[in-house]
Ligand binder design. Structure first.
Ligand code: DGJ
Length: 513
């Protein structure tokens, strides 16, 4: 049996395979500190994930706890995580909180943190030392490489057969905040030298960083150095145990200048640089807390960059975005952040501190859990039940999906062979999912619709002088790809097709005459 791998399926869609079968990660990422205590894991975390119908969970591994003393590794938490995830029947994606987490070096062991000479910090233009170790510090990258490689070795020893761990994220939201680039002595020397040959060959640019990248030189320079460090770490780990690895990005967002978001992280505009420097990574995943999640999915997902969403807002709109991510964007992973909170009563949940939201540039409504849990659980269940059909239809024109993209996006217009479809979105309301729809064209006149908060309306094609009628309309369930009909809807219930606040499915047979 082969190891977990991301490769193209027979239709050419990049797909995660686990035990040789496609595996679509219906996931959630836990809070940063939730995996640091085995008692918390047992008493609070695992019970909180019950009933969400996740098939995987995204969990941090902390360098500071794994290598508290140089060269002495403690894998007890890692071992506990693997054993307990197996018991919970969840696959794992591990986050390697190594040298960099949210643009800082907060998870490095104390022996690294204290030795600021060997493991030197990035500096601002005025010489101020940052809490971020410079990616040009080869000594630090080497220590991280050794630790990550040891982690991968231990995972292989424990898990090569069972494959509970399916993906690794290397570092977390890399970059520099508060400056466009590193101005330490090592960085200054490299910045005024010609760009590396490998980069020059990949992008067809030459000269110094400023000559090659103009005003964007600082960000390009940081992207190259962070990506090169990640490549050193990931490639060495993969040699030990070849799991798919990716890096995640804090988005480029308002106010848009590098340093207001972590400069050098794998945002879209520097992904060609990351790709040239870090070929060991299969994807650059967006962490999406902005109100315009669907636009971000559209811009991150491409043939070269399969959509892997390790973090997304967990308010009620998450369910709509999950349907869109898989239905329209062939996502490999969808994962709201702080997933264990969904177990709580919304009134019990402390509001996230405003200073944290400001520091992380997060829309505070992203953390409002009103109406989230039941809807996400039902959506994940439905996505699981749809899988046989999904595998058959995705990547063809017979499956189309849409979601409300923004305040002024009132409807979508989808074209099929013999019908067009207008999908009218319900109003956006807090605590409610956004309008969205999956449409599966099963045959000329037969459609399976799955959706939330929307009203689809079929039309005959323009220029076709025919009238349209609904021959039969059924509500029902999908169980392992098979349609289980419920009520036959007619009379008052046939006046319009309608999807509400919980995901549901309709089978529609049409007639033209
Ligand atoms: C993005 C980071 O990647 C996460 O680890 C976490 O800090 C969230 N932001 C906010 O809670």
């Amino acid at each position: 049996m082969s190891l977990p791998v991301v490769k193209r399926d027979e239709k050419g869609i990049p797909t995660l395979y686990v035990h040789d079968k496609p595996f679509f990660m219906r996931s959630g990422e836990i809070h940063n500190s939730s995996a640091s205590d085995p008692v918390f894991l047992e008493e609070k975390l695992w019970p909180a994930l019950q009933g969400l119908n996740m098939n995987s969970v995204i969990v941090p591994l902390y360098w500071e706890l794994i290598e508290p003393e140089e060269g002495k590794y403690d894998f007890s938490l890692l071992e506990t995580l693997i054993t307990s995830a197996r018991r919970e029947e969840l696959k794992l994606c591990f986050l390697w909180f190594g040298l960099w987490k949210n643009a800082e070096s907060m998870y490095v062991p104390a022996w690294v943190k204290k030795d600021t000479v060997t493991y030197f910090r990035a500096e601002k233009v005025n010489g101020e030392k940052m809490t971020t170790i410079s990616p040009l510090c080869a000594a630090a990258v080497e220590k991280d490489r050794l630790a990550f490689t040891a982690v991968m070795r231990r995972i292989r020893e424990l898990d090569e057969e069972e494959n509970t761990v399916v993906v690794m994220q290397v570092e977390n939201e890399i970059g520099l905040l508060g400056t466009d680039r590193d101005y330490s002595a090592a960085a200054q020397k490299a910045f005024f030298a010609p760009i590396p040959e490998k980069l020059s060959a990949a992008l067809g640019k030459s000269g110094t960083w400023e000559e090659a990248f103009g005003e964007d030189a600082g960000e390009a320079f940081m992207a190259w150095h962070f990506a090169s460090a990640v490549e050193t770490i990931a490639a060495s780990g993969k040699k030990e145990y070849d799991l798919p690895c990716y890096a995640n990005a804090w988005l480029r967002q308002s106010p848009w200048f590098p340093g207001s978001y972590p400069s050098g992280g794998p945002v879209e505009r520097v992904q060609p640089i990351w790709r040239a420097a870090a070929p060991s990574l299969f994807a650059f995943g967006p962490d999406i807390y902005v109100p315009y999640c669907a636009d971000v999915m559209d811009s991150f997902a491409s043939d070269e960059n399969p959509l892997f969403i390790p973090e997304i807002r967990k308010d009620a709109v998450a369910s709509s975005y999950a349907l869109y991510a898989f239905g329209a964007k062939n996502a490999i992973c969808f994962s709201p952040f702080g997933i264990e909170d969904l177990a709580l009563d919304p009134s019990q949940l402390d509001k996230p501190p405003m200073d944290l939201m400001i520091a992380l540039n997060i829309d505070p409504s992203a953390f409002d859990i009103t109406g989230s849990k039941d809807c996400l659980a039902a959506t994940y269940d439905l996505l699981g039940q749809l899988e046989p059909l999904y595998l058959q239809y995705r990547g063809t024109k017979h499956l189309q999906a849409c979601v409300r993209h923004g305040e002024t996006d009132y409807s979508a217009f989808l074209r099929f062979a013999d019908y067009d479809l207008v999908v009218k979105y319900g109003p956006r309301m807090s605590g409610k999912p956004l309008g969205c729809l999956w449409v599966l064209e099963l045959s000329e006149d037969k459609f399976l619709l799955v959706g939330l908060n929307s009203t689809p309306e079929f039309h005959v094609k323009p220029g076709v002088n025919q009238k349209l009628d609904i021959l039969r309309l059924e509500e029902g369930r999908v169980v392992n790809g098979a349609w289980i009909p419920g009520r036959v809807l007619n009379g008052d219930e046939k006046m319009s097709l309608r999807f509400g606040d919980m995901p549901s499915a309709l089978m529609v047979e049409l007639q033209r005459f």
